[in-house]
Design a protein. Structure first.
Ligand SMILES: Nc1ncnc2c1ncn2[C@@H]1O[C@H](COP(=O)(O)OP(=O)(O)OP(=O)(O)O)[C@@H](O)[C@H]1O
Ligand SMILES: [Mg+2]
Length: 197
């Protein structure tokens, strides 16, 4: 049995039902899980690169991207979570709130409401705030934001890590979480500084 939330700010502890969905029963450490997820994410990125450029601002694309990134590791990949988490909205609201975000993001791109980095940062923030999945929301929403900025603005991807490891506690991760919290309170400046750095 693994302890998924063994680091205090690794967010979202998994429900026993969710842990049941682990496809590798022999895993014993967080590091082993991280590695399996990383291999899966790389095949998800390969899928993303070779996909036909369909509209990414759909529920189907968001779910398929999550399944491509995590489906070899978690049986529930690509399905919306059904349990409450310490981060994220009430699970019954996920589909509706995600639809509103996707429609907003389309409007921002069509109407040049924000510069590309700001539109993408706002999209990312709201997506992790909704927290559609049981796990992998940060990694999924960073890649989703990069797909948005590329597809809708023809802009280079965001340098999320800036040479650091965003998965573990360090100054870059702390700045990232602090910027998301400021955005929760309506102040997007720190997040904009973060994605512009
Ligand atoms: N207070 C917070 N602490 C941790 N994460 C937060 C917080 N507020 C928002 N988040 C977002 O939630 C994500 C963590 O959620 P989740 O565990 O589902 O994603 P993940 O991809 O597994 O996470 P990680 O970023 O640790 O790789 C963070 O990456 C971040 O985007
Ligand atoms: Mg996680």
């Amino acid at each position: 049995m693994i302890v998924v939330a063994d680091e205090p700010d690794r967010a979202t502890p998994l429900h026993p039902d969710e842990l049941d969905g682990l496809r590798f029963k022999h895993i014993t450490t967080r590091g082993e899980l991280d590695e399996l997820e990383q291999v899966n994410i790389e095949s998800g990125l390969a899928w993303l690169n070779r996909r036909r450029k369909t509209d990414m601002l759909t529920e189907q694309f968001m779910r398929t991207l999550h399944r491509q990134m995590f489906g070899d590791v978690w049986k529930w990949a690509g399905q919306f979570r059904q349990t409450e988490k310490n981060i994220g909205i009430d699970p019954v609201q996920i589909a509706v709130q995600l639809k509103m975000l996707l429609d907003d993001a389309r409007y921002w791109a069509d109407n040049h409401t924000f510069a590309p980095l700001e539109a993408s940062a706002r999209f990312h923030h709201r997506l992790v705030q909704i927290h559609p999945f049981a796990n992998g929301n940060g990694r999924h929403a960073r890649i989703a934001a990069d797909t948005y900025i590329a597809d809708r603005f023809e802009h280079a991807p965001i340098d999320w890590t800036a040479g650091h490891d965003l998965q573990h506690t360090n100054d870059r991760r702390n700045a990232y979480i602090a910027a998301l919290r400021a955005a929760d309170a309506g102040n997007y400046e720190p997040l904009l500084a973060f994605v512009s750095a």
